[in-house]
Write a protein that binds this ligand. Structure first.
Ligand code: ATP
Ligand code: MG
Length: 800
């Protein structure tokens, strides 16, 4: 009774309350959209902590995006007076990165390992295939990339892949070469983050036992979209590799089979059934009350999804009235559709007598593919409506930013060949493709990095290459005692990037983005702080069982609170440089949404990235056969069902108003398409809809047969509407520059001082960052070079 009186439980219905207060055992919450799954998961964390069942360090929560993780932390922060930033809440990749940073030695990685995003991975594969003369016609790089990612998702290293034919054998060979290349360069791709931490947990008993005891409660949102490896990763916390039970922690999974929309990326909705069986799940709770939407919206969603077969079966109802009908609009062209959107939004935003207008941020425009956003953006821009685009090319994925990051990565790690190749001749400095090929040959022959192979090159090419390497090496020297922001500014100037873009016609925006990179770095430093991070235990201590070491399993192995990036070595205090930490951040953030802009702006995004979110008004646009459902999906039954789930996700994002629209013609990828209305309209309940344009019978999906009814013609000259004025639609990434607080000197150290370190010997302090326990020093040692040391750990004594 005392527990039930908890204010945390007051705003929950009985099923939700039951879910939140389940005993410490595995559980599955299976429920439809908007039924409060995420709310239940978050409340359970808060409830477990307030009832003293777990400490913040004993919880691990997995979310689907960084944005969702941040939201969860914010919500928790309002429920509880704890430092949520130290908690293990994040995406699979984020958590794996954090884990590997803490145990980099055991994982056989350099401390400052960097992360390859999907783009980098592709170019690394292309480079490798060229180097080994592998026919790109027969083994397209993209396919190879999928192959490698697929193997990793199945937990397979090259040795373990069974090749059925010659072609397979060749692919496995490429996979093997790729692995060697990554290891040599000290980089990991996204799949590797997962696989490597999984293997470490599987193979290292003390580590596994420690984390099994530590994470009493593991909670996963959007469980329906986990892939095989993610499932195995979760399982290893609860069940030992030999099948024996772990330390008795509990896994709390929430999901909705109807919202499984990532099968194309390896997600397995079957993980839900496997979970129930393999974890012997005794607690399954369904939530059937929807709190998000009015019933016209909900009825539409229910009717649509009922066309899918093999569902786990749940019902959704709402106590809210019917609300507004779902409005449907047919337009002659995509431009007219965008025009109409803008008009409707005006009405929504404006105060309408009794009903107050909506905030723009409560209006979302959803589309099936990123390419659709341009027309809408242009219309919004011309009408002066502030908007934000999620997804698409994210800030850290833009070409100019990738170039700048490549220079920065070379400062950290000269052996990063991917970065080397990206900028060796950018801006152009007379280094031709042939010189680069020769350099690559030389590097392969000598078994060294491109950087190291430069000294052996000769002639004019050699001189140019030598100048490039010298430039990087000089930059590295120059940046030694600079702040992160200063480093970036220096690199932008001295790499020639800014100058290069200044001479380009459309370079102004790129320069602005580069400047924003400096601001981004600054706010990163402000947010993360440094030094008060995880400390990894020395290897020898871990090679014995934690119990015999007298380690308290309830205590974290790591000295927390710990943001994701830095784990000073417990022996030497050596830690990541702020630059290396920032580069990690850039790689992990690049696949995700960015910080929320301050301005009240309409939200534009793909349906995929809208998962889990909600808005007062939602526009789902481009509902045409071949677009939504997508062309590729229409030929097979499973593909079509996934599209239908995607449509279900789209519809269920709306609280009050839902608009569905399609256009008879659309200019997409340079072609005009003549469209047939999406078959999904025929699956919606007519009573819930209101047609704003007359429903055109001849235009219906069935009249044209199965969606093959559109023809394509090449567009004319690619007219003016395509030139995109994006000055105003930059994703607002960084918060406005914040004045930097200069750190006060601490631990009695000052830059310029001579110090002694037990392992590295004598050195000179170059700079100090942070204060108190957060303080870190950059020290230049005679033999060991420049190191970043966490002062709380490293024992530095001043040398008189
Ligand atoms: P999705 O499947 O889209 O991820 P979900 O099941 O995670 O949805 P939530 O986002 O947790 O649903 O909740 C949907 C909305 O309903 C939120 O605004 C949430 O605050 C609200 N809500 C959930 N439960 C209740 C409740 N018992 N009383 C009032 N509002 C609730
Ligand atoms: Mg949710």
């Amino acid at each position: 009774p005392e527990v039930d009186a908890s204010p945390l439980l007051q705003h929950l219905n009985p099923e939700q309350r039951a879910a939140v207060t389940l005993p410490n055992e595995h559980a599955l919450i299976l429920a439809g959209a908007g039924s409060g799954k995420t709310r239940v998961l978050t409340t359970r964390i808060a409830w477990l902590m307030t009832t003293g069942q777990v400490s913040p360090g004993g919880v691990m929560a997995v979310t689907f995006t960084n944005k969702a993780a941040k939201e969860m932390m914010t919500r928790l922060g309002t429920m509880l007076p704890v430092n949520v930033r130290g908690m293990w809440i994040g995406t699979f990749h984020g958590l794996c990165n954090r884990f590997l940073r803490a145990h980099y030695k055991l994982a056989n990685l350099p401390q400052s390992f960097q992360i390859l995003d999907t783009q980098d991975q592709l170019s690394a594969i292309k480079r490798l295939m060229k180097q080994f003369n592998i026919d790109e016609e027969r083994f397209p790089a993209k396919e190879t990339q999928w192959f490698i990612a697929g193997c990793k998702e199945d937990g397979l290293r090259p040795q373990a892949v069974t090749a059925r034919n010659e072609e397979d054998r060749r692919k496995v060979e490429i996979y093997q070469l790729y692995e060697e290349q990554c290891q040599r360069e000290g980089v990991v791709d996204f799949g590797e983050l997962m696989l490597r931490s999984y293997e470490l947990l599987r193979d290292n008993d003390p580590i596994r036992q420690h984390y099994q005891r530590r994470f009493r409660h593991i909670l996963i949102d959007e469980f329906q979209d986990t892939n095989r490896l993610q499932y195995a990763w979760i399982k290893i916390f609860a069940v030992n590799p030999d099948g024996s039970p772990g330390a008795g922690n509990s896994v709390f999974a929430v999901g909705d089979d109807d919202q499984s929309i990532y099968a194309f990326r390896g997600a397995r909705v079957g993980n839900m059934a496997d979970f129930v069986r393999e974890f012997d799940v005794r607690h399954q709770i369904k939530l059937e009350q929807n709190y998000r939407s009015y019933s016209n919206i909900l009825d539409s969603a229910n009717a649509l999804i009922s066309h899918n077969k093999g569902r786990l079966g749940k019902n959704l109802r709402t106590d809210q009235g019917p609300g507004e009908p779902v409005r449907v609009y047919e337009s002659p062209t995509d431009l007219a559709e965008a025009q109409w959107l803008v008009e409707e939004m005006r009405h929504l935003v404006r105060d309408q007598g009794t009903e107050p207008g909506l905030r723009r941020s409560e209006i979302a425009v959803l589309y099936r593919s990123n390419a659709q956003s341009r027309v809408i953006e242009t219309a919004l821009f011309n009408a002066g409506v502030p908007y934000r685009v999620y997804g698409g090319l994210r800030f850290f994925e833009r070409a100019e930013i990738k170039h700048a990051l490549a220079y920065l990565r070379l400062l950290e790690n000269p052996n990063d060949d991917t970065s080397f190749l990206r900028v060796v001749n950018f801006p152009p400095r007379g280094i031709g493709a042939r010189s680069i090929e020769q350099l690559q040959d030389a590097a392969r022959a000598a078994g060294c990095s491109l950087h190291d192979a430069v000294s052996a090159t000769t002639g004019k090419a050699g001189a140019n290459l030598g100048a490039f390497v010298a430039r990087i090496d000089v930059l590295r020297e120059q940046t030694l005692n600079l702040s992160l922001r200063e480093i970036i500014e220096l690199v932008l100037q001295h790499s020639g990037l800014v100058e290069h873009y200044r001479s380009e016609r459309e370079g102004a925006e790129r320069i602005e983005n580069l400047e924003e990179l400096a601001s981004a770095a600054e706010s990163f430093v402000m947010q993360e702080g440094f030094g008060r991070d995880a400390v990894a235990l020395p290897v020898d201590e871990l090679s014995q069982s934690p119990a015999s070491q007298g380690l308290d399993p309830n205590q974290p192995l790591l000295n927390e609170p710990a943001p994701d990036y830095v784990a000073p070595d417990a022996e030497t205090g050596e830690t990541l440089s702020p630059l290396a930490a920032f580069l990690t951040h850039a790689a992990l953030e690049s696949g995700d949404n960015q910080a929320q802009a301050g301005q009240d702006a309409v939200q534009l995004m793909t349906v995929h990235s809208a998962k889990g979110l909600e808005f007062d008004a939602v526009f789902v646009t481009g509902l045409e056969e071949g677009l939504f459902p997508s062309e590729r999906s229409m030929s097979d039954h499973e593909g079509l069902e996934e599209e239908r789930r995607l449509m279900y996700v789209a519809i269920t994002r709306a609280r009050k108003r839902l608009y569905l629209s399609y256009s008879q013609t659309r200019l997409l990828h340079g072609q005009t398409r003549y469209n047939v209305r999406s078959r999904f309209f025929d699956e919606l309940p007519e009573g819930a809809l209101k047609w704003l344009t007359p429903k055109n019978q001849n235009f219906g999906g069935s009249a044209f047969g199965f969606g093959t009814g559109y023809a394509s013609t090449r567009a004319g000259s690619g007219g003016g509407s395509w030139s995109r004025d994006s000055r105003d639609n930059r994703d607002t990434f960084a918060s406005p520059p914040v004045p930097v607080q200069k750190a006060a000197p601490s631990h009695g150290l000052k830059s310029g001082m001579q110090v002694f370190h037990t392992k590295f010997g004598e050195g000179t302090v170059l700079s100090i960052e942070g204060q108190g326990d957060d303080a870190r020093a950059q020290v230049k040692f005679g033999r060991h070079g420049v190191k970043w040391l966490a002062l709380a750990v490293a024992k530095l004594t001043p040398v008189p």
